[in-house]
Design a protein around this ligand. Structure first.
Ligand code: ATP
Ligand code: MN
Length: 463
């Protein structure tokens, strides 16, 4: 006897085999003809395995006919071709064993059709729903494709630290990491005495692995990081989490155009793999979550991304005749409403904006000849807005130092970063792609809290 997953047992190749299967009961239907039909799901695929349990089984009356939704069960039986539509196989059970029951009076997923809001309050049980199972499988596929894409191109996976002492990368508000007793904070000359803290200096949860990735790009060439990042901003939006995952490739001898080419190929690959390898899950999102999702993604694959300077984008926004909540003018940061207008309504495809005003971007982005803009790029996609932020980095030591002073950063604190420009400096570039926004983009899920296992947002961190 072979132990099988539901995904395997649903393949025609399994027909004729005697198998063992374990999972959770989704529905039970008792027919008058002396059978019960059990729909079993073990998370390996969206579709359930249909199990036919004959009344002749010794525990039929005592157990099988009472199996509650949500119970875990173990069955053995023969895989047969199914006469029913929508499933190629079914299993004729010779044994059905209850492993763990689920009180029908209390099991919260007894009925279907709960709202995503409600499911967030039972985040430990929501992976048992079709939607979250599909989200988790697509998220897994995207993670695999991320590694495949870079590994196939010879990129090295670098593990950036999660605890960092670089406190002003400009990417966002940081969480402090400390072992000081908050009831008895040591002080020296009025200020907190970090000399007594664990690292003898202020330290934080990382907002980005970029600066560390640059170290490795400037020695090993093509690298990427992929790990959790943290932002302590109080942003309660459907696109922000306090803890999220980011992929950050960093490439020596790449300019901004190379960077854009890579970003476009990368996003297209993630979409292509999801459509190809998670077809059943994607069909589900199309039917239940977003009727346009597959057509939109196929459209993205077919066309080149629009590439547009920030200055041209501002002109389009000013001429759009739209009423903005946040007014537009050259020099201000684009808000989600502007980003989405450009990619969703104006161009109806992904847009790469580049050459942003230096005043709204980080110190490390390469200054253009005009002295006003930097070689930044953001990739904006329909439905989500910004999914990637990146740039060509400033590789000229004198320009970088001048920029840091202009932005009131202490070059001393970045001595190691400046060393990369002191010794064998190279033009280089990179970007950061938010994993959860990518999962939203590919599945059509509207709220970022619903595409991560354990969402962390202001005021909310269960288990
Ligand atoms: P936004 O302007 O949307 O807040 P950002 O410009 O602060 O984002 P970057 O620092 O450029 O973001 O980070 C790179 C990518 O990481 C973003 O393009 C996005 O995909 C993702 N990202 C950034 N902040 C968050 C967050 N709080 N939650 C989830 N993903 C995020
Ligand atoms: Mn950004």
């Amino acid at each position: 006897m072979e132990k099988m997953t539901a995904a395997q047992a649903r393949q025609v190749e399994a027909i004729g085999k005697h198998v063992r299967l374990e999972g959770w009961l989704r529905t039970r239907r008792d027919s008058k003809g002396g059978f019960s039909f059990l729909e079993l799901n073990d998370g390996t695929c969206l579709g359930n395995v249909q199990v036919v349990a004959p009344a002749a089984l010794p525990n039929y009356e005592s157990e099988i006919k009472k199996l509650p939704v949500g119970a875990s069960v173990r069955i053995t039986g023969e895989v047969k071709q199914s006469p029913a539509k929508g499933q190629p196989t079914e299993i004729h059970a010779d044994r059905v064993e209850l492993v763990g029951t689920a009180d029908p009076e209390k099991y919260p997923l007894q009925k279907k059709g709960h709202s995503f809001e409600f499911l967030r309050t039972i985040a430990h049980l929501r992976p048992r729903t079709n939607t979250f199972g599909a989200v988790m499988r697509v998220r897994n596929r995207i993670s695999k494709s991320i590694h495949d894409f870079f590994q196939e191109r010879g990129f090295l996976y670098v593990h950036a630290p999660i605890i960092t002492a670089s406190d002003c990368e400009g990417a966002g508000q940081m969480f402090k990491v400390t072992t000081l007793d908050l009831n008895k904070v040591p002080r020296a000359e009025g200020a907190v005495d970090y000399g007594q803290d664990f690292f003898h200096r202020p330290s934080f949860l990382t907002v980005s692995g970029q600066l560390e990735a640059e170290i490795f790009a400037c020695s090993l060439g093509l690298v990427y990081t992929f790990g959790p990042t943290f932002r302590a901003e109080n942003s309660n939006t459907p696109r922000h989490l306090a803890e999220f995952w980011m992929v950050e490739p960093e490439m020596a001898f790449y300019d901004l155009n190379d960077n854009m080419d890579l970003a476009e190929a990368f996003i297209k690959r993630l979409i292509k793999d999801a459509l190809e390898h998670q077809a059943e899950d994607m069909q589900f999102f199309q039917e239940r979550v977003d009727k346009e999702i597959i057509a939109r993604l196929e459209g993205v694959l077919k066309h080149d991304f629009v590439r547009l300077s920030y200055t041209e984008a501002i002109e389009i926004l000013l001429k759009s005749g739209q009423q903005w909540q946040f007014p537009v003018s050259w020099g201000t940061d684009l808000q989600s409403e502007h980003e989405r207008y450009l990619s969703e309504q104006h161009f109806k495809k992904p847009v790469i904006l580049f050459d942003y005003p230096k005043g709204i971007k980080s110190f490390y982005m390469r200054l253009n000849e005009d002295g006003k803009t930097v070689r930044a790029m953001d990739v904006l996609v329909p439905g989500v807005g910004e999914i990637i932020g990146g740039s060509q980095r400033e590789e000229r030591l004198d320009v970088l130092e001048a920029r840091m002073k202009e932005m009131n950063l202490d070059p001393e604190a970045y001595w190691w970063y400046l060393d990369l420009r002191r010794y064998g400096t190279v033009p280089h570039a990179g970007f950061g792609l938010g994993l959860e926004r990518t999962v939203q983009f590919i599945t059509g899920m509207a709220n970022i809290r619903d595409v991560i296992p354990c969402p962390r947002t202001p005021g909310s961190a269960e288990f």
